[in-house]
Design a protein around this ligand. Structure first.
Ligand code: ATP
Ligand code: MG
Length: 241
């Protein structure tokens, strides 16, 4: 069962949003997703009240360095994917979560401060590799990208990162109202009302393509098919006839 962490030491980089978009799309596809809320503000646990009631989606609150090990051990058999939503800051929990991760995604917006927060996370992974021989797969994930940015400009950013040997996801998360509105509605993007949210179809399509790429990088066992509906007994079937 893969463990995916979203990390950037800078606050507001887009970690929680990307984690929720990913969690929502994975659960929609039938994967059992457990989202560990490690942010002391507990935004996800407090606001995602409707999402928490979805059949494949669970939110585990109050995760810290002291209980992350046991929580992951308990969830191993119950979840197909574990997603860790970290707070900003350089903390012992960050190092621990990275250590557990099958893949670390580093959401980065265009701004330099954000990239610096991302660079701190990338530096930890570099040190783990050079000093301990531990390789944690990771990728930068561009986020809050303007919908009017040209493919060429986006390509230039990707080439810049590639030149520094930093893997980057092909699909950015675009700046969309739907990704803000899901917080107000307390649920995932796919459960929003298309009448109320502009460009919801585009936001859903973006989530779909992003998660295709994430699943290809971090595959899990295929989700279990839904249990077959119980067959009618002979007498019930007769009555119904
Ligand atoms: N793709 C997006 N489209 C629209 N708004 C976004 C997008 N990504 C993030 N935001 C908005 O940017 C703000 C910060 O995002 P978010 O809370 O995900 O960051 P964070 O890294 O989790 O922050 P923190 O470090 O405080 O936990 C929020 O108001 C969120 O709604
Ligand atoms: Mg957050």
């Amino acid at each position: 069962m893969p463990i995916i962490t979203f990390a950037n030491t800078k606050g507001g980089a887009g970690k929680t949003t990307m984690a929720l978009v990913t969690a929502g799309e994975l659960s929609k596809r039938g994967y059992r997703v457990a989202m560990l809320d490690a942010d002391p503000q507990q935004w996800v646990s407090r606001w995602m009240v409707k999402a928490a009631k979805l059949p494949k989606f669970s939110i585990i609150p109050n995760i810290g360095a002291e209980n992350i090990d046991e929580t992951i051990a308990e969830l191993k058999k119950k979840a197909d994917y574990i997603l860790i939503d970290l707070p900003g800051g350089l903390t012992p929990l960050l190092a621990k979560a990275i250590g557990f991760s099958s893949h670390v995604f580093v959401p980065v917006q265009g701004c330099a401060l954000d990239a610096a927060g991302g660079a701190q996370v990338l530096e930890i992974m570099k040190q783990l590799e050079s000093e301990c021989g531990i390789h944690i797969p990771h990728s930068v994930a561009l986020t809050r990208v303007s919908s009017i940015i040209t493919t060429r400009a986006l390509q230039a950013v990707k080439i810049f990162l590639a030149a520094k040997n930093i893997p980057v996801l092909n699909t950015p998360l675009i700046e969309r109202a739907a990704y803000r509105d899901m917080f107000d509605a307390g649920t995932i993007v796919n459960a929003l009302d298309p009448e109320m949210v502009s460009n919801l179809d585009k936001a859903q399509e973006n989530a779909r393509v992003l998660v295709d790429e994430i699943i290809a990088l971090v595959p899990a066992k295929a989700p279990r098919a839904k249990a077959a509906a119980p067959r009618k007994t002979a007498s019930v079937a007769k009555k119904a006839a």
